[in-house]
Design a protein around this ligand. Sequence first.
Ligand SMILES: Cc1cc2nc3c(=O)[nH]c(=O)nc-3n(C[C@H](O)[C@H](O)[C@H](O)COP(=O)(O)OP(=O)(O)OC[C@H]3O[C@@H](n4cnc5c(N)ncnc54)[C@H](O)[C@@H]3O)c2cc1C
Ligand code: SF4
Length: 329
Amino acid sequence: MTLHTRLVQPSTAEDVTRLLGEPESKIFGGGTDLVPNRTWGLDTSGTWVQLRAVPEATMISLDEEGQWSIGAAVTLKAILEHPKLPGLYPLLADAIMAVATPEIRNQATIGGNLCLDTRCRFRNQPPIWRLGLEPCFKSGGSHCYAAPASSQCVAILSSDTAPAFIALGARLKVHSRSNSRWIEALELYTGDGDRHLTLAPGEWIETIRLPSRPPLGVFDKWRIRKSIDFPEVNVAISVAPGENSREMRMVLGAVAPGPIRLREAERLLAQGPWDQDRLVLAAHTVTGAIHPYDNGQMGVVGRKRAAEHILYRALGKLRNMMGEKGVSA
Ligand SMILES: Cc1cc2nc3c(=O)[nH]c(=O)nc-3n(C[C@H](O)[C@H](O)[C@H](O)COP(=O)(O)OP(=O)(O)OC[C@H]3O[C@@H](n4cnc5c(N)ncnc54)[C@H](O)[C@@H]3O)c2cc1C
Ligand code: SF4
């Protein structure tokens, strides 16, 4: 385990990639996830690479095609205070407002929120608590306490903005040693709680690009207390009205190592008018689509019920919003 951490601040994307190529190197966004993990001995990296001096990673900009880009090192507060973004993408603003507290949002970056480490009540504990347990998959062992029959870690991704970006159809610019590439936001997650990101060693997110025509959308979150708490479950839904059809994205978060697209509910809602029965049925499909484990604060049954409830609530809100905008539901 590394005892001393070096904090470096390169000024070019190339230097960031080179430094991340060194063993035990990580991006340091606002540190609101990394520092608590470090304090509890859950993070052992040796070099923290800050993006604050890399212009592309710190800007919010609009290109000629009308697409907004947000640098990964932009803070959550800066996005909320931007003169245009919250009005254009209220779904994203609502998701950001749901993250932790104002103090944390002042410090936390949007890249850090997307890449937040997964959490589990058997691991995110002080060292003295963990001493009593043999290491699990995520700690280098060969067992999972939350899902004993599972062959991999099922720790939860608690990001509030990940479902929102996926529902919005955002794309991420990933830098690597040889090139840079764009991926869909959903492609960032592997589904394995131990190595939950598809980023290879040395890769990092530079920018998040939003679609030029913002869809209508809603975000909702279920947590134990109304402030500070991580989500037990969250949901983001968007509808982009087209000429003959509409494109819909329903994404559930905080019940698995990555967000889950609810395709069955999307199909059901595309098949007819959004009357009460259809909304109830669509929300109910979630109980078959998710398989939460006993690793959050709420139990398995409670999280499934909460998921169904917030999905129904969010769909009702979206239906009203569509009515106000003259979009047929
Ligand atoms: C009390 C408390 C409550 C919280 N509540 C919530 C909540 O309700 N909802 C929620 O979503 N989060 C919550 N968080 C978690 C966290 O604060 C936020 O998710 C925050 O947005 C993380 O951003 P950061 O910049 O501080 O991340 P950091 O701690 O700097 O980094 C987090 C991880 O992301 C990686 N990373 C950062 N930027 C990049 C990049 N550009 N490319 C690749 N990897 C990168 C880092 O290497 C690290 O592994 C809470 C945290 C605390 C302490
Ligand atoms: S989900 Fe299982 S393997 Fe992952 S941290 Fe929790 S107990 Fe460990």
